[in-house]
Structures are given as structure tokens and as C-alpha cells.
Design a protein around this ligand. Structure first.
Ligand SMILES: [Cu+2]
Length: 114
């Protein structure tokens, strides 16, 4: 009995110590799991075109580390179309992305960069 306990306790402690590291790895490997749904991602880029009516904007954005995205040029949907009325091609912007549905990221906030 004594012997079993002396082996078991260090094992439990080792497992507990490893847990936070494992949880972190899972988030990194699976950015689209349930935990990421309400998370904000911060982006920076330059506007190429704006379609305020459709609520769409094309941005050449810098890498977004929290999503593991490289820099690229792409279309985004914007939650609040009114946010696009003051924005013009060539402007630098900062924006926030949220995962509207699994794997589908939309802009929740956007404004001209300072
Ligand atoms: Cu992109």
C-alpha cells in the first residue's frame, strides 16, 4: 500500500502540471472549436474596395496570429453595414473579426487606423 501511493502521487502531480500546456496546444491546433466562437481577432490592413450596400469590403490585411492567417487580400462581410459608409479605398483600417458560423469570419468592428 505504501509503495503504490509513493508511485501514484508523483504521477498525479505530473499530470496536473501538464494540463494547462495541453489545453493551450488544443486551442492552437483547433482554432475553430467551440471555445473560439465568441473570441475576437484583431486585424490591420488597407482597403481595396467597399460595397456599403452589400455590406462587403475587400482588404489586404496583415497576418492575424490569433487565427494563424498569413497576410492576404480578401473580401469580408461586415455585421453593421453602416460602418462602411465612411470608409474609402486606400485607407488603412483596424478591424475585429468574430466567427459568425463555423469557419466563417465576419467583421464586427472596423475603423480608420490612427
Ligand atoms: Cu485573410
Amino acid at each position: 500500500m505504501k509503495r503504490t501511493a509513493s508511485i501514484f502521487i508523483p504521477l498525479v502531480l505530473l499530470t496536473l502540471a501538464a494540463l494547462p500546456a495541453i489545453a493551450e496546444d488544443m486551442n492552437m491546433a483547433m482554432p475553430m472549436d467551440g471555445k473560439a466562437v465568441s473570441q475576437d481577432h484583431q486585424g490591420k490592413g488597407t482597403i481595396n474596395s467597399v460595397d456599403a450596400k452589400a455590406g462587403k469590403i475587400n482588404i489586404t490585411h496583415e497576418p492575424i496570429a490569433s487565427l494563424d492567417w498569413p497576410g492576404m487580400t480578401m473580401d469580408f462581410e461586415v455585421q453593421d453595414k453602416a460602418a462602411l459608409t465612411k470608409l474609402k479605398p486606400g485607407q488603412k483600417v483596424t478591424f475585429k473579426l468574430i466567427e459568425a458560423r463555423k469557419g466563417k469570419y465576419v467583421i464586427s468592428e472596423i475603423s480608420a487606423a490612427k
